[in-house]
Structure formats: C-alpha cells, structure tokens
Design a binder for this molecule. Structure first.
Ligand SMILES: Cc1cc2nc3c(=O)[nH]c(=O)nc-3n(C[C@H](O)[C@H](O)[C@H](O)COP(=O)(O)O)c2cc1C
Length: 446
C-alpha cells in the first residue's frame, strides 16, 4: 500500500514554541463558543467556560485595530485591555483566567498586518483564528472575511505567514463553497499551510443565518483532511451534537454561536439555566468585568425570552411593569416563574441607559454593582497617583492619554483609506457610571 502523503504533513517552517509549551488541542469532541462580534466579549466567554465550554473564541478584531492598540494591564478591572490609540476605546478585553482556552480571531487581508495583530495578543491567548467567512459588506470591501474564499492564494498566504511567525496554533474559519468538491479543494489547500484545525460553517457566503445549514457536507470534508474539522451551523443543543456525531462521525469538534448567545448554559451537560437565570448571571458578569454598558445591553436584548418580547408587543400602555408582575413563559408555554426569577417586559430593558438603571430591571444586580464599584474605587484610590494604568499609559502617550478619558466628549482620529491621520472628530464618550466615578476619583487624587 502506498502511504506517501499527497501533501506535506509538516509545514516548511512553524514558529518555534517556548520550552514546555503545549499547543491547544482542537480535536476529540470539544465544545466551542463561536466568535461573535458584540456577544462573545469577556463576560460571555467567562460564563461559557464556567458552564463547560472547552474553547472560547473572541469576537473578530480587525488586524490594524489590534496592531495599533496598546496592551494595558487594567489593575482596576483586573483585565488585560487592548486600547485603541485613536479614540481610547477598548478593542479587546481579555482575562488571565481564560488564556489557556482562548482563541483570538482576527480579520485580515494582508499577511504582514495579520502577523502584527497576532503577535500583539500572543502572550494573552492560546490560539489565533483567521476569519474567512464573514459576508458583511465592511469585510468584503476590505478583501477580508468571506472575500478570502474567492482568493485562496491570499487566504493561504496569510495563514502561512501566521503559521511561520506566530508561536501559537493557527486556525481558519470558513464557509462552504458552491460544491462539496470546491470546498474540499479549499480545505486541503488550507491544511497544507500548517494550520492546526479548520472550522466549517455549513452555509454558503450568500446564505443568511435563517437559511437551514447543510450538515450533509461535514462528513466528506472531514474525511478529506487529517487535521481536526470543527463543525459549525445550526447546533442548538447537546442532542444536536449527538445527532451530528452520527451523521458525520469524522467531525472532530463542535462550535456553537446563536445557542449560547441566547443562553450560555447550553454548554452545561447536566443543568441548564432558565432564560431569566441566564440573563441575571450575564448582567452580573458584565458588571464584574466592567463591560461597556451599551454592549451589555445589546447582549441582554438578544437573551431576553421571546415570550417577554411578545408580552411587550401586546402592551398598549407601553409602560414597563414591575419585576414580579409579568410571568415569564418558555416558548412551549410552560410557566417557569415558579422556579425562576421573573423579568419585566423587554421595554423596561430598552429604556435603560446605565448599569444603575439596569439594576431596576435585573433582580439582584444592585448588590453586585455596589460591591464592584466600591472595590474598584478602593483600588483606584489606593493606587492614587501610582495608578498603574495612568502611570503606564500617560508616560507613553502624554497628557492626552485617551484611556479613562476625562471628558464625556472624546475625540476620534479620522483616517483616510490609506490609514493616514487626516483630523479629529468629536464622538460621544461612555456614559458608564462606574467609569465616571472612577475618573472623578482619579481626578480628586491629583
Ligand atoms: C451576533 C453574532 C456575531 C458573529 N460574529 C462573528 C465573528 O466575529 N466572526 C465569525 O467568524 N463569525 C461570526 N458570527 C458567525 C458565527 O460564529 C457562526 O458561524 C454562525 O452564527 C453559525 O453558527 P450558529 O448556527 O451556531 O449560530 C457571528 C454570529 C452572530 C450571531
């Protein structure tokens, strides 16, 4: 029997790992939190891990944004922040506790920028993924995401550069091409770059999330490569995982997006949280990790139970009702209000503008917010002028340091299409109450 491989099993050159380093393992039935812009931020990732997710992907961050970010050890929020030097916003917030299971996904159309971005975060994660599936206009016009599917040379050029220069396992997340044969040809080319795994989202670039995924493609594609194939698309429960294992036994692992977006406890094989329990836990985690309020609110809007949204639509008065008055019902009509805390209609959430206001909507949040604010203020006061964030960042950036801005109005640097700075524009600052208090306390200390 001829056992000569038809493609090289080891790439020409793979970036050396530090002694003792063990690469993240993508095979053997891993349950993976998918990359999700806005939703897959730190609170969601930490909750998914606490419920049993094996690997978590960060939301896609564009290579240039990451490369121009300053890495700041945020001793007040206990996180590692990648702060955009243009406007002071946080491009990526990571936590040391997720590092061993965290894959950072980047969007890129250029090998050099991709490597710069990956190296910027390499100390804080365990893998780098290239987004080759995003069909959104901003990705396509910049030759990123799904645009790479029709430019395999560029796609493989970026992956090869990452494999050769970044001391972490590299992966790619793609969508299906028009035929299984074309998809197989592409994954085999990608495999040759030396990547450690490939995620296949079983939809075409032209298909929308509501179109049914094509599970029937997985087995053939998985059989065509030797590295792990991670299946993604329409996996909503552990029963779905078991069904998919039967349909496609060669698939190695399973990636879920919209299911955990609704309820991250999907990863827990034993007990899953009711929608209201999951919402309360998410809000508390968002406060704990000092998530920007509007991001937390966006995720909560996605998580709010469908029955509550219907209740809201039926409400003529449009007034938020008190917590405890409206009964929460599951989709199947069963009443979970006996065991689970009850949430008001979504309109009450939609009206909130700060964590303080969110406390009126989410039971038990006030205690967590008060405790976190007190701890952060205490830490900030204790550090005073020695505050590492300010010391470190101000030293490098001077008094215009954008991090923890002093004004509610911030300035964003305007760039032309070549990335050159052309001026400044005013943008709304974060109205986050905790951050405001923090700023005031730092000001008081001056
Ligand atoms: C809110 C949201 C944000 C997403 N952001 C990303 C992203 O940043 N990168 C990416 O590769 N895919 C992204 N996706 C696609 C998902 O990772 C996944 O491929 C898709 O939703 C199919 O999985 P599902 O059927 O389990 O939802 C996003 C999906 C959702 C719902």
């Amino acid at each position: 029997m001829d056992v000569t491989p038809t493609w090289p099993q080891i790439p020409r050159h793979t970036a050396a790992r530090p002694a003792g380093h063990v690469d993240l393992e993508y095979g053997h039935g891993k349950l993976i939190l998918a990359p999700m812009v806005r939703c897959g931020t730190l609170p969601m990732r930490m909750l998914a891990l606490s419920e049993g997710a094996d690997i978590v992907f960060s939301p896609e961050t564009i290579d240039r944004r990451l490369a121009r970010s300053k890495r700041v050890l945020n001793v007040v929020a206990n996180t590692t922040d990648f702060v955009d030097l243009d406007d002071g916003s946080i491009n990526l917030r990571l936590h040391a506790e997720e590092k061993s299971k965290l894959v950072v996904q980047i969007g890129s159309s250029d090998p050099e920028n991709a490597v710069k971005a990956a190296l910027a975060v390499a100390d804080d994660c365990s893998g780098i993924d290239l987004n080759c599936g995003c069909p959104k206009k901003f990705s396509i016009v910049s030759a990123m995401g799904a645009a790479l599917l029709s430019q395999p040379d560029r796609l493989c050029g970026i992956l090869t550069a990452l494999v050769e220069n970044v001391p972490l396992p590299i992966t790619a997340k793609i969508r299906m091409l028009e035929t299984p044969e074309k998809t197989i040809e592409l994954v085999q080319r990608i495999e040759k770059t030396g990547v450690s795994a490939i995620t296949l989202h079983c939809r075409l670039r032209s298909e929308r999330p509501q179109d049914p995924g094509h599970w029937d493609i997985f087995e053939r594609v998985a059989q065509s490569i030797k590295i792990p194939l991670i299946a993604n698309g329409d996996i909503y429960s552990m029963e779905d995982v078991e069904r998919l294992k039967k349909i496609a036994p060669s698939v190695s692992s399973f990636m879920l997006a919209r299911a955990p977006e609704s309820n991250f406890s999907i990863f827990n094989p034993l007990i899953q949280k009711t929608p209201s329990e999951a919402i309360i836990a998410y809000a508390k985690a968002a406060v704990t990790y000092d998530m920007v309020f509007h991001n937390c609110k966006y995720v909560l809007m996605q998580m709010w139970p469908a029955s509550q949204k219907k209740t809201n639509r039926r409400s003529k008065k449009g007034k938020p009702q008190n917590i405890g008055v409206v009964k929460s019902q599951d989709e199947d009509g069963t009443d979970d209000s006996v065991v689970a805390p009850v949430l008001p209609p979504i309109l009450s959430l939609a009206r909130t503008k700060s964590y303080q206001e969110l406390c009126e909507v989410v039971p038990g949040l006030r205690e967590v917010l008060d405790k976190c604010e007190a701890e952060r203020l205490e830490r900030s006061e204790r550090l005073g002028r020695e505050d590492l964030i300010r010391k470190d960042v101000v030293a490098e950036l001077g008094p215009d340091c954008p991090y923890l801005p002093n004004e509610d109005i911030m300035h964003r640097v305007k760039r032309n299409s070549d990335g050159q700075v052309t001026g400044k524009e005013e943008v709304d600052g974060e109205a986050d109450v905790a951050r405001k208090k923090l700023r005031e306390s730092v000001e008081d200390d001056k």
